[in-house]
Design a protein around this ligand. Structure first.
Ligand code: SF4
Ligand code: SF4
Length: 122
């Protein structure tokens, strides 16, 4: 593994399209103790997916000081997921390998600036 999410400001959680499967919905409902209607109303939205005219269910966003907006379940102070054990498959699978492009960029910028807390914005 060549990345460390514990020191990252959570760039991947700012992706607009965190899609939810039926399994994700069931897991989130159980974790949060919510009805399907409540979960969908409070925490999800239907949106365009990569500009295509279909409307899958995805996680809502909220304002973020670094990345403009970020997942509704992201802790803005601690910069981490508040529902980690129940996170959707899309979050479990990311970044799909042993490297993370953003983390490489972040590490480079932090080294360059001599600041371990620098938040690199793409
Ligand atoms: S952007 Fe990469 S390093 Fe940062 S939280 Fe996501 S997977 Fe982890
Ligand atoms: S559910 Fe958690 S890991 Fe997934 S995008 Fe939201 S905050 Fe990030």
């Amino acid at each position: 593994m060549t990345y460390d999410c514990t020191v990252c400001p959570g760039f991947c959680c700012s992706y607009d399209e965190i899609l939810l499967t039926d399994v994700d919905v069931a897991r989130l409902r159980a974790h949060l103790g919510l009805s399907e209607d409540a979960l969908i109303t409070r925490h999800t939205k239907y949106g365009m997916f990569r500009g295509k005219a279909r409307h899958p269910l995805m996680l809502k966003h909220k304002p973020d000081p670094h990345f403009r907006t970020i997942c509704t379940f992201f802790d803005l102070e601690k910069r981490c997921c508040t529902i980690y054990d129940a996170r959707p498959d899309a979050c479990r699978d990311y970044p799909h390998g042993d490297t993370c492009g953003y983390y490489q960029f972040l590490s480079f910028e932090r080294r360059l600036q001599g600041d371990d807390d620098h938040v690199a914005v793409t």
